[in-house]
Ligand binder design. Structure first.
Ligand code: 5GP
Ligand code: ZN
Length: 135
């Protein structure tokens, strides 16, 4: 509900959707401060407020249109690929490429998804635990 479609004006960038109730849309609008890591025309990367590893960066599209990985892959495959390319670029920029890192795209309740604006978590900077089993 309450979504708005914003033409991006002079830049010629594709239109984006925004939801006033979405925390990531508020970050994109500058209403909630965030620590930027990388920016491109369609993607924004910033540090997670509650890091789960030595390095924990969130990579999001500027549009609210897609809730999860499956939706963005179906709806805009090039944007989905760009999200992953930017996640890898974040990892490289943060010095994680050599040691290795994890990209996580939570989908739905059982996976612990809390923000329904698709986002990739980039985690690393130290050995990571295994995943999948309940605590
Ligand atoms: P999810 O659980 O949906 O996969 O991930 C949402 C992530 O957003 C969580 O890791 C959470 O810590 C992060 N987060 C929620 N609110 C904020 C915020 O206001 N600022 C930042 N930087 N991260 C946030
Ligand atoms: Zn949003």
């Amino acid at each position: 509900m309450g979504q708005t479609i914003t033409a991006s004006g002079e830049s010629g960038a594709p239109a984006t959707t925004s939801d006033p109730d979405c925390v990531f849309c508020s970050i994109l609008a500058g209403k909630i401060p965030s620590a930027a890591v990388r920016e491109s025309e369609r993607i924004y990367a910033f540090r997670d407020i509650a890091p789960q590893a030595a390095v924990h960066v969130l990579v999001i599209p500027r549009t609210h249109e897609y809730a999860n990985a499956g939706e963005i892959a179906s709806g805009d495959p090039e944007l989905a690929a760009e999200l992953l390319r930017e996640a890898a670029a974040v990892a490289k920029g943060e010095g994680l490429a050599e040691g290795g890192y994890r990209i996580v795209l939570n989908t739905g309740h059982h996976a612990g998804q809390t923000v329904y604006h698709v986002h990739a978590h980039v985690l690393g900077g130290e050995p990571l635990g295994r995943f999948g089993a309940p605590e």
